[in-house]
Design a protein around this ligand. Structure first.
Ligand SMILES: [Zn+2]
Length: 412
């Protein structure tokens, strides 16, 4: 007998037209459900002059208004703690997480028991796709405090793997736990994976000699930046798998497979669109723009046309791994993007060039400033050896940034 799976396996290889047929059914249901059960959607659909019956095809989603982080903040706490976007009585909510609130008021994300169970099924599927099996030991080195990434460890346990709830312990303790419990998988942020590996080396422990075979990274870009990914993989002699999630919907909702080429999205739960970040016009599959998510099964708080602020593109071709679910490729955050000489630049573009660059440490700082009413940027880097030829490094870095990004920095 094969290993038991808690998710609908058929979703993994369902032909696209069947995926879309099922998504349309779920979309119709959730739109009607949201209209009938929330104050917010009733009001906003009425204002937009659209009724749930107007949704006849997936494209009809365009008729519905967008929501964003601001909508969550404005409606939160009105009428009840969870506010006007919530579709169930507070009594039916069994779990809430809160965003870190790095920009403005923290927003909360409510789940019913069914939402929570279905979410954990998704986590199990993503872990399985990441290569995890029953015999694996999984150290969850991600913050547990109110953070939506915390409970994902239960997804690993549902698979039958051993869950090691490490959270964000000091690096000395984490290294000790890795040596003692010998996890085969760990999850952390990409920058922490680098830091932890370097810390181990300083203590005389070769990260390559440890038990870790795969590192799941989430929470910040890096896993999809080849130079950063290669640096982490080389440091640990482990394969890197990136997960993507957002507190507004759930922990991880997309993750890499063995191919490491884009992140398979849980399309049975989320409908993805790409829109022009400025005009909101829907773009074609494959075009780069802001990703917009609609949760098509979450009942505590349906999220319809949520603008994620993440810039990326969607690939709906069948993956080499055989899965047919759409893969998302994130290229950056809308808020982090800066424009120089008409070119959109993301910090990740700079990181791609500098992370693996000969003669420097890979650490960098970007300055965006204005001179003569024009935006410009400068980059600070750190030489690797004290006696390095600084002029030579500067020349090579400028040339590499110019060739990758299209505009050279004002200074290095
Ligand atoms: Zn794949």
């Amino acid at each position: 007998m094969g290993e038991s799976k808690y998710w609908e396996e058929e979703w993994e290889t369902l032909p696209r037209e069947d995926i879309e047929k099922k998504q349309l059914e779920s979309l119709k249901e959730i739109v009607k459900y949201a209209y009938d059960n929330t104050i917010y959607y009733k009001k906003s659909f009425d204002e937009a002059g659209v009724k749930p019956e107007d949704i006849k095809t997936l494209e009809d989603i365009k008729k519905l208004p967008f929501i964003d982080k601001q909508t969550e903040r404005k409606t939160q706490g009105i009428g009840s703690m969870v506010g006007e976007l919530c579709a169930v009585p507070e009594n039916d909510i069994v779990f809430i997480s809160a965003s870190s609130g790095s920009t403005g008021v923290p927003t909360i994300s409510p789940f019913t028991q069914k939402d929570f169970d279905e979410w954990m099924n998704i986590e199990s599927r993503l872990m399985y796709q990441a290569g995890m099996r029953k015999h694996d030991r999984y150290m969850h080195g991600i913050n547990f405090s109110l953070f939506v990434g915390g409970p994902c460890v239960l997804g690993a346990q549902r698979l039958g793997a051993m869950g090691i709830w490490a959270g964000t312990l000091p690096s000395d303790r984490l290294l000790y736990i890795i040596q003692q419990f010998k996890p085969t998988f760990i999850q952390t942020t990409p920058s922490y994976a680098l830091y932890l590996g370097e810390t181990a080396k300083k203590k005389g422990i070769d990260p390559k000699s440890l038990s870790v075979k795969r590192i799941i990274v989430a929470g910040e870009p890096g896993g999809s930046i080849p130079a950063t990914r290669n640096a982490i993989e080389a440091l640990w002699d482990a394969k890197l798998i990136e997960f993507y999630g957002l507190s507004d919907i759930f922990g991880a909702c997309a993750g890499m497979c063995d191919e490491q080429h884009g992140l398979h999205l849980a399309e049975d739960h989320i409908l993805v669109e790409t829109v022009d970040p400025k005009t909101g016009d829907v773009l074609k599959d494959g075009e780069t723009g802001e990703l917009v998510f609609t949760s098509i099964r979450k009942h505590a708080r349906p999220m319809i046309r949520f603008r994620t602020g993440d810039i990326g593109y969607v690939d709906k071709s069948t993956c080499k791994c055989g899965r047919t679910s759409a893969r998302i490729h994130i290229v950056g955050r809308k808020d982090d993007m800066f424009i120089v000489s008409g070119v959109n630049i993301f910090p990740s573009d700079v990181e791609t060039v500098l992370r693996d660059f000969e003669g420097i440490t890979g650490e960098y700082r970007i300055h965006v400033f204005e001179r003569d009413y024009t935006a410009r940027y400068g980059v600070e880097v750190e030489k690797e050896k004290p006696d390095a030829d600084v002029e030579d490094i500067k020349k090579r870095v400028v040339a590499a940034l110019k060739s990758r990004i299209g505009v050279k920095p004002d200074y290095i």
